[in-house]
Design a binder for this molecule. Structure first.
Ligand code: FUB
Length: 308
């Protein structure tokens, strides 16, 4: 056809998307990215690393929100959620994810529980992706005494939520053990038992669920210091087949915490490293974005981190 006559492939005719320049947020330390594509805009949600150098511990009290229509220029919104919004929580605004259902936005977040020792997962709700968000339950959705196998107090962290085509919502989370459960259509209550995925080698934490061309992908932080690995399935309930690594340890950070999205015809791998000069590191992290590519068989190619 015309393309052949012109001698140009489709890729040559389309303008290449501008390359994100890493780290994408430079004026604050940002960690544990999650991204939501909604009406032509990407919303980037991140934890806020506030530990003053040289402290080697997590100091995290609030989550941050940025939006972009080109993945390069980011607009910062006022912090839409603080750990204080969960009246039952003590502190620690750890990893989170926002999903949309029926015009409402649900924000799943890991925090330290005030009375049940250990980490817990709460859910906040808003009519807007930029908030304000309020506690949707008045209590934790997941507490440490609901999952007793891991023998650690921080196994109930890093929620990711996925809504399947028929409307069934799934929550996945965990450290050391990868848990999953169904959510009711109200998005604020479990619908059935808490299950475990036992076929993920060296699962550390940070599950992220996404679907593409009939395949379900479960990516996660592997080993420690973390690389990102992934498994694939034909169902959100598994069985999951391990497929290998997506990257190497991200510069100067023990954790890596990915999100994966498609936006305007390009796939993106979003993660954090410790690359801001002088004080950046495992407790002063920075969100980065790189391109992600798939093979013909649906497997994902190893990500070339531009920070490498
Ligand atoms: O940011 C605190 C914790 O570090 C997160 O929950 C983990 O995913 C790791 O990034």
């Amino acid at each position: 056809g015309l393309l052949a006559v012109a001698g140009l492939s489709q890729a040559q005719q389309l303008p290449a998307p501008p390359a994100p320049r890493n780290p994408v947020i430079k004026h604050k330390y940002t960690a544990d990215p999650a991204a939501l594509v909604h009406k032509g805009t990407v919303y980037l949600y991140a934890g806020h690393d506030e530990a003053p150098a040289p402290e080697q511990r997590y100091v995290m009290h609030e989550w941050l929100c940025f939006s972009s229509t080109d993945m390069v220029n980011w607009k910062e919104h006022p912090s839409p959620l603080n750990v204080k919004a969960f009246g039952w929580a003590k502190d620690d605004a750890w990893a989170s994810q926002v999903v949309e259902r029926g015009g409402k936005f649900y924000w799943y977040a890991a925090v330290e529980h005030g009375t049940v020792p250990g980490k817990a997962i709460g859910v906040a709700v808003s009519d807007s992706p930029t908030g304000p968000f309020k506690d949707a339950r008045g209590s934790a959705l997941i507490t440490n005494n609901m999952t007793t196998d891991a023998k650690i107090s921080w196994d109930d962290i890093d929620p990711t939520v996925f809504i399947d085509d028929k409307g069934q919502a799934y929550l996945y989370w965990g450290n050391t053990i990868c848990y999953w459960a169904k959510l009711k259509p109200n998005m604020t209550e479990l619908d059935g038992p808490i299950n475990q995925i036992k076929t993920l080698p060296s699962f550390t934490e940070a599950p992220w669920l996404h679907k593409r061309n009939g395949w379900y992908y479960l990516s996660y932080a592997y080993q420690f210091p973390e690389k990102i690995a992934y498994a694939m399935s034909r169902s959100p309930e598994g069985p999951w087949e391990f497929k290998g690594l997506l990257n190497e340890v991200a510069g100067n950070s023990n954790t890596n915490h990915q999100a994966i999205i498609d936006f305007k015809g390009q796939s993106y791998f979003i993660y954090h490293n410790g690359s801001i000069p002088t004080d950046g590191g495992s407790f002063r992290r920075s969100v980065c974005i790189d391109y992600l590519y798939y093979n013909q068989d649906g497997t994902m190619k190893r990500v070339q981190m531009t920070s490498e």
